[in-house]
Structure formats: structure tokens, C-alpha cells
Design a protein around this ligand. Structure first.
Ligand code: KMH
Ligand code: ZN
Length: 273
């Protein structure tokens, strides 16, 4: 099996300090949290940023500042900004981090209910983000909230808007999206084309069992405050690093080695000649 790539989704757009006071919000807090997660074993930082009020923003300047601070503290970590942002943002708002010097970014290939809201990704939106990523040489991580989104990605592949090998992130357990069960994970894994890589982001209580399943099945794992604010039932996580460290321990027990950022780049085809 490939070495295990761990992604730390350190902040997200939805959680608040009221939900968990350890949630990083400012550029400096995000950079410190990224460093701890990296030292614990994460090779990718999936990044959202917030404004001065702690609200989600896709402001290019805030991303730029945060990315620079993260690179000062852990120069080789892979930084993967979100193009999803928060529910209700326009495509122009959401694309801002794609103007920066980044290797990867997320690309959601379909619309899905998202709690009480709608995470809007029309064909026009999807094509818009995919084209910019292609022009700027940014590898998309295809965010899959429902099984049909895999087919939408294959459509983009056929039309030359994204390139194989594809890399997917199965986001499972969002209220409105595919439930976070092992049966559904198996379906998603069987549906992606051979030669693809995949990771799983289990939301809330499905984070831990899906991480364990992915380690065994040869996939990769995403954990962090974006997906889950708790370490266990009724116990808030102290840091993203605490969640990453648990995945590292599980992987060791299950005889899966952890990928360094360089090894993650090799696995994901990010190293260009
Ligand atoms: N915050 C969600 C509405 C992504 O990062 O690309 C979208 C999201 C996906 O988090
Ligand atoms: Zn995200």
C-alpha cells in the first residue's frame, strides 16, 4: 500500500470559538495550528480563512498572509486552499485563493444540501474553477459529497478540464450529503476510476471509523476541526494535532507508514519535471 497521506482541515467555514475555543481563526493561529498538525504527521493543510470578526472569507489577501505564515513555520507542507468557502458565496469570491502560488485546491463537482443551506456548484461554477486551476497548474482535490459527483468529475475529465490521475476526497456525513457509513465508503471507492487516489473526511462522529477504514482499504485520511470539533463523545479536541496524532497511532498499529510532504507529492503527482 502507498504511505498514508494525512490532511489536516484545521478550521473550515462553519465552526466557531463558541463551539470549541481551540478553533484557530487568525492567520497566526492558523499558522501555529498548521505547524502542530504537520509535526504530528499531516502532509497537507486544507485551508479556510476568517476575517477580523471570525466570519468565513475567501479574501485573497488573508489567504496570502496565512499561507506565508504557514510556509515560514513548515516550508514543505502542502497547502490546499478551499474554493468551497462558505454556503452562499459567489464563484468570484470563492476563486480568490486560485490566484496565489499553490499546488492544490479543492473542487466540488456538484450541488448538495448542506445543513439548512445549499452548497451551490452548478455546471457553470464547476467549469469556472476547473479552468482556472488548469490555467494556473493547480491540482484539484475533487470533493465528493454525493456519489453522482464522481460522474460529474469523469465528465470534466472527458472534456479535458481536469487530468488523470484524479484525486478525490469523500466528504461523508454532512447533513444533506452521503451518510458516513462503511457501505457508502465502499461504493465510492468502487466508483472512482482505477489509478485514482482518494482520501476520506468523515464528519462528526463518522470521522474516526472512516479514518480507520481508509487506512485498511489503502485510501488516505483527512481529520480536523473543519470536520469534527470533538476528540470523543462530549470531549472537545484540544487541537488539530491531537486528531492527527490519533490517526498516526492507528496507522502504526495497522502497519501503514505515514507519508512526508515529499512522499505525498510523489503519490499525488505534484512533482513536475
Ligand atoms: N464549507 C463548505 C460549504 C471545500 O472546502 O472545498 C464547503 C467546503 C468545501 O468546505
Ligand atoms: Zn473545506
Amino acid at each position: 500500500m502507498q504511505k498514508l497521506i494525512i490532511t489536516a482541515a484545521i478550521c473550515g467555514a462553519e465552526g466557531t470559538k463558541q463551539d470549541n475555543p481551540n478553533l484557530p481563526i487568525t492567520p497566526l493561529e492558523l499558522a501555529r495550528e498548521a505547524k502542530l498538525a504537520y509535526e504530528a504527521g499531516a502532509s497537507i493543510i486544507h485551508l479556510h480563512v476568517r476575517d477580523e470578526k471570525g466570519e468565513p472569507t475567501q479574501c485573497g489577501k488573508t489567504f496570502d498572509k496565512t499561507i506565508k505564515l504557514i510556509r515560514e513555520k513548515c516550508p514543505d507542507v502542502i497547502i490546499q486552499p478551499s474554493t468551497g468557502g462558505a454556503v452562499g458565496m459567489t464563484k468570484e469570491e470563492r476563486k480568490q485563493p486560485l490566484d496565489l502560488d499553490v499546488e492544490m485546491a479543492t473542487l466540488t463537482t456538484g450541488t448538495v444540501n448542506f445543513g439548512d443551506g445549499v452548497f451551490y456548484n452548478s455546471p457553470e461554477y464547476i467549469e469556472y474553477f476547473a479552468s482556472i486551476m488548469q490555467d494556473n497548474n493547480i491540482k484539484p482535490e475533487i470533493e465528493v459529497f454525493e456519489v453522482g459527483m464522481i460522474n460529474n468529475a469523469l465528465n470534466l475529465l472527458k472534456r479535458g478540464l481536469i487530468e488523470a490521475p484524479l484525486h478525490f476526497d469523500f466528504v461523508m456525513g454532512v447533513p444533506g450529503g452521503i451518510p458516513g457509513t462503511i457501505k457508502n465508503l465502499t461504493l465510492l471507492v468502487e466508483t472512482v476510476p482505477e489509478g485514482s487516489t482518494w482520501t476520506v473526511a468523515g464528519i462528526g462522529r463518522s470521522e474516526l471509523p472512516l479514518a480507520a477504514a481508509a487506512i485498511i482499504m489503502g485510501g488516505h485520511v483527512r481529520v480536523g476541526f473543519e470536520d469534527n470539533l470533538y476528540y470523543r463523545y462530549k470531549q472537545l479536541a484540544k487541537s488539530n494535532a491531537e486528531l492527527v496524532s490519533r490517526v498516526v497511532r492507528l496507522a502504526k498499529e495497522l502497519e501503514r507508514e505515514i507519508a512526508s510532504p515529499h512522499e505525498a507529492r510523489e503519490i499525488l503527482g505534484l512533482i513536475k519535471e
